[in-house]
Design a protein around this ligand. Structure first.
Ligand SMILES: [Zn+2]
Length: 449
């Protein structure tokens, strides 16, 4: 066989469906062989994994870039942070307030490809009625088949998110139900109840993080999840429940799946590792939906372990430094790219016995399958893009955040870290640094069919 570009050998290769000892050969950005070390060809670059774990790169299907900092800058800084965390594909939920998404898409794709060190793609937020009518054209001209509706934001929210109505969701679902692979993503929180409770709790003068959570309690999210599942069942549209923070989320989704509804649950690392009553957290740990209590967290872990949580996403959003002055006007959101894999290795694999294959399902195979990237991304198999992460399960390192945004894990010592990341066969992260030549190498995966 001809020489490969890259061979990684002597690895514990973990996929969503099992594992083997051996390695991988890569040529022209694709995996051309997997198997025993002795069967692998010579390569331009050969890496001895030293028995460490080699997994498909993490597909983080949930982040927000270019919200407060310039988009071009975020695509460099944040996706470099992502590469250092073992992420090889990032999908952005982005919003455009103009009537058409087409010019916006062209610009975001072009600027992204000038800057990103890893591959990326888009979900589009429905922000006005015209966007619903435009869905068929958006799909034809951009390849984006994943749309998001937002509840949980009051009409005058400082982020500028235009909240959905049930009418918008229903109308969008009716269109998307007819398109293979298309789906609606919903931020589930009952805004009307949350607004009422917010005014009550705000009047007490409370400024602790728990007050924010109690102003938008778990039942608000459960109510909207139920309503969205009802509409998905009614219309036949696929539904993805983003950043689910309540233990009932995976339970309700599993019940609906049993009736044949296509509904999947995403949760985020912060809901699995933090509660709103953690003593060291204050209003700067405000996130939407909020961090919850131990009971909800336990429910989410049950979903992780029993399969009813479908996938993980960070909801990574770099905002300006938080002020810490007023709970009710503080911006919600935290950053998580550099630690998202480590958090799951530490709290999932090491502490709870989560299998690495199940983690690969949550992090790679399932997001790829749900968002139209399969069979190109999300697996270590011949023909797939050579997006991989080499992990040292035993390395212990302390979280030190130096980038943009708010980190809620500062000083935590985590066990299990990514040590090397490849994007389409190029080593983009190793020895603690992102390769400078990787910027502008990332490609937009949202393209017309
Ligand atoms: Zn989000």
């Amino acid at each position: 066989m001809n020489n490969a570009d890259l061979v990684i050998r002597n690895a514990r290769v973990v996929r969503h469906d099992g594992e083997f000892h051996g390695g991988v050969a890569v040529k022209d950005g694709k995996i051309i062989m997997t198997g025993a070390d002795s069967a692998l060809p010579k390569a331009h670059r050969e890496i001895d994994a030293g028995g460490r774990v080699l997994m498909p790169g993490v597909i983080d299907p949930h982040c927000h870039l270019g919200v407060k900092f310039p988009y071009a800058e975020d695509m460099r800084t944040e996706l470099a942070a992502a590469a250092s965390g073992g992420i090889t594909t990032a999908l952005l939920y982005i919003r455009n307030l103009k009537p058409s998404y087409i010019p916006f898409y062209e610009e975001r794709k072009a600027v992204g490809e000038e800057n990103a060190p890893i591959d990326f793609g888009f979900h589009f937020g429905i922000q006005r009625e015209e966007h619903i009518a435009e869905i068929p054209e958006i799909i034809a001209k951009t390849g984006v088949r994943s749309f998001k509706c937002y509840f949980g934001y009051e009409p005058d929210n400082p982020i500028g998110i235009v909240p959905a109505t049930d009418g918008w969701v229903y109308a969008a679902m009716r269109i998307l139900a007819k398109v293979p692979g298309a789906l609606i993503n919903v931020h589930c929180e009952n805004t009307q109840i949350a607004s009422w409770l917010k005014n009550e709790i705000k009047a007490t003068g409370r400024q602790d993080l728990g007050a924010y959570t109690e102003s938008r309690p778990a039942f608000c999210e459960v109510e909207t999840i139920r309503r969205m599942i009802f509409l998905a069942e009614r219309t036949g549209c696929s539904l993805h429940l983003v950043h689910t923070s309540v233990g009932m989320g995976p339970v309700l989704a599993a019940e609906a799946q049993a009736r044949g509804v296509s509904v999947t649950v995403e949760t985020c690392q912060h809901y699995l590792t933090r509660t709103c009553y953690d003593k060291d957290l204050d209003m700067r740990a405000k996130i939407s939906p909020p961090l919850r209590d131990q009971e909800e967290q336990d429910g989410l872990w049950r979903g992780i372990m029993n399969g009813s949580v479908y996938s993980l996403g960070t909801d990574h959003v770099p905002f300006l430094p938080k002020k810490g002055e007023d709970l009710w006007t503080e911006f919600p959101g935290v950053v998580s790219f550099p630690w998202e894999l480590s958090l799951m290795l530490h709290f999932g694999v090491h502490q709870r016995g989560l299998s690495l294959s199940r983690l690969v399902q949550l992090n790679s195979a399932h997001p790829a399958q749900r968002f139209g990237l399969w069979p190109r991304k999300g697996n270590i198999e011949v023909g797939f893009d050579a997006d991989m992460v080499l992990v040292d399960l035993d390395e212990e390192r302390t979280v030190r955040h130096t980038g943009k945004g708010t980190c809620i894990y500062e000083g935590w010592k985590l066990k299990g870290w990514p040590v090397l990341t490849t994007s389409r066969g190029a080593v983009v992260y190793e020895n603690g640094a992102v390769d400078e030549s990787a910027y502008g190498r990332g490609r937009c995966l949202s393209v017309p069919a």
